[in-house]
Design a protein. Structure first.
Length: 338
């Protein structure tokens, strides 16, 4: 049914016609995170369906990474530009090595941080069998071994590579609860595995190791920890010799209201998203000033601000170290012109 799709999309790289078809036709089932529910979810994936599932970072929208028709439906359901490639989730280092070529640096970092919130962009193997839509035609592939029992059991039940972007419409706030997925994607996807709240709450850190070890996206594993394991600093995307990531769009994670950062005073028409011991906050990411707690709450707070109808959101300053760097990255994109 989707065979006419080519990895180009329209002028903006999207698939408008598919998006309409998908939105018209799908009943979204809910799967429990027990053996029966995960078996049913795996069967839907095997038939080319779209199933959201929890990882320790955010909920992913999973699809069989080898099935181009299914991957095209995934791009359509998210309204995602076709130039923005996907992360493939696998159960182990050995499984990842079937699809990409590990160098020594990547192997050492995988040893240190997998399973976990670290994604590697590495050369794609010629015989990997991954749909070219997953890589957006690049000769590299992003891979991750998640550390969430439900994600791991789903990978085991499905027994294949699962491509999974965050389970939100492109450009909007990522989901950290099954209810966030249902609110945003109901009627566009085949199912949701409910596995509770995501513990980390921000997406994985993305690293490329060639030609130099480079941070492509700040995320759940702080760059300081990666640099400590490497014994040297990471290059930053944008540095002269560094590779880039096509999906790092300036405007992303956008709530409905406008966002103003580093607010130490608020106007009467603003809603304060606080951090630390501040007065007058409608919501506080962590009254105690704990960055890990703030990361876990960030996206839920943005979803709640949407539900409250907040038009002008002011956000307290957040320290830029550890996972604070990833929080500030997401907030800068949430605040960017749309
Ligand atoms: O924590 C996560 O990473 C979550 C969970 C579900 O695993 N997934 C996630 O996927 O955040 P997504 O699609 O929202 O973000 C994937 C990012 C995009 O910025 C994309 O451009 C980048 O990974 N990416 C994927 N493949 C790439 C490649 N071959 N080269 C460079 N960047 C790549
Ligand atoms: Mg995303």
């Amino acid at each position: 049914m989707w065979a006419f799709i080519v990895p180009k999309g329209d002028r903006d790289g999207r698939f408008p016609q598919l998006k309409r078809d998908v939105m018209d036709s799908v009943t979204t089932r809910t799967f429990a995170s027990d053996a029966q529910g995960l078996g049913d979810a795996a069967a839907v994936l095997a038939q080319g369906g779209l199933v959201a599932f929890p990882t320790e970072t955010v909920y992913g929208l999973g699809v069989d990474a080898r099935n181009s028709d299914a991957v095209a439906r995934l791009y359509a359901a998210k309204g995602r530009p076709a130039f923005n490639p996907l992360i493939v989730h696998v159960p182990s280092f050995e499984a990842a090595a079937r699809y990409v070529v590990f160098d020594k640096v990547a192997e050492d970092l995988a040893q240190a941080f997998w399973p976990g919130a670290l994604t590697f962009v590495l050369p794609l193997r010629a015989d990997a069998g991954i749909s070219p839509l997953v890589t957006a035609g690049l000769d590299t592939l992003a891979v991750r071994v998640p550390d969430h029992p439900v994600a791991r059991q789903l990978l085991e039940a499905f027994d294949g590579p699962i491509a999974a972007p965050s389970a939100n419409p492109s450009g909007q706030v990522s989901p950290t609860k099954a209810a966030h997925v249902a609110d945003q994607m109901d009627g566009r996807i085949d199912g949701i595995v409910d596995g509770g709240d995501c513990a980390v709450g921000l997406e994985s850190t993305i690293v490329a190791t060639q030609p130099v070890p480079t941070l492509l996206r700040a995320g759940g594993v702080p760059s300081e920890a990666i640099e400590a394991a490497l014994g040297r600093p990471l290059a930053q995307a944008g540095d002269a010799a560094a590779p880039t990531s096509p999906g790092q769009l300036a405007s992303h994670y956008a709530p409905q209201g406008s966002v103003r950062l580093n607010a130490v005073e608020i106007a009467s028409d603003e809603t304060l998203l606080g951090f630390g011991a501040v007065d007058g906050a409608a919501l506080n990411l962590s009254p105690a000033g704990d960055l890990i707690e703030a990361a876990a709450r960030l996206f839920d707070a943005l979803h709640q601000l949407n539900a409250m109808g907040a038009q002008k959101i002011a956000v307290s300053p957040i320290p830029d170290h550890g996972i604070g760097a990833a929080i500030n990255d997401r907030l800068r994109r949430a605040a960017a012109p749309r």
